[in-house]
Design a protein around this ligand. Sequence first.
Ligand SMILES: Nc1ncnc2c1ncn2[C@@H]1O[C@H](COP(=O)(O)OP(=O)(O)O)[C@@H](O)[C@H]1O
Ligand SMILES: O=C(O)C1=C[C@@H](OP(=O)(O)O)[C@@H](O)[C@H](O)C1
Ligand SMILES: [Mg+2]
Length: 169
Amino acid sequence: MNKNNIILIGFMGTGKTTLGRRVAERLGWAFVDMDERIEEKEERGIPSIFESQGEDYFRRVETAVLAELAEGTNQVISTGGGCVLREENRRLMAAAGTIVALKASPRTIVDRVRGDANRPLLQGDLEQRVAGLLEQRKEAYDFADLTLMTDERSLEEMVEELAALAAGK
Ligand SMILES: Nc1ncnc2c1ncn2[C@@H]1O[C@H](COP(=O)(O)OP(=O)(O)O)[C@@H](O)[C@H]1O
Ligand SMILES: O=C(O)C1=C[C@@H](OP(=O)(O)O)[C@@H](O)[C@H](O)C1
Ligand SMILES: [Mg+2]
């Protein structure tokens, strides 16, 4: 890879935040969750940003955060599920390191995100929201260098796989 960064992409609930933190610990690299970085920058939570300024505003901040991170190295970066939607973001990610997509079945996703009020795009009928967005985004994560199916896999196993990937650079 041109820079030593691992960038995790994938639909909401596939485990980007959880796995990213663990991989960074394992490698001794910095961990950055883009949603957390956006919340720090904006000094409020994601639902509040969506509610008061809308998704387009959130997407602009998301791109600005990614552009800053793309300058760095030895980072595990967990993106938000919609970060892949902008062409500009896909270019920034490709230049910044190795892109790993996490996948999970609709059932697993629903089970993992149920009861979490922190994802504005999933408020309402959860099954319907997940199914609709998965359909809209069905090819959105296919540009990754590597794809991991997470349904049946332990975090430990995936941490080791990504640590080996980083060590092979
Ligand atoms: N591989 C996994 N196996 C079981 N549960 C997981 C796994 N990965 C994530 N989770 C759980 O799913 C939920 C959503 O994970 P999160 O890391 O927030 O996903 P994302 O950042 O992709 O939206 C969390 O409660 C987390 O503990
Ligand atoms: O898929 C999306 O458009 C979003 C995913 C969220 O992150 P996670 O994928 O970590 O839940 C967060 O960025 C925001 O609610 C929008
Ligand atoms: Mg996350």
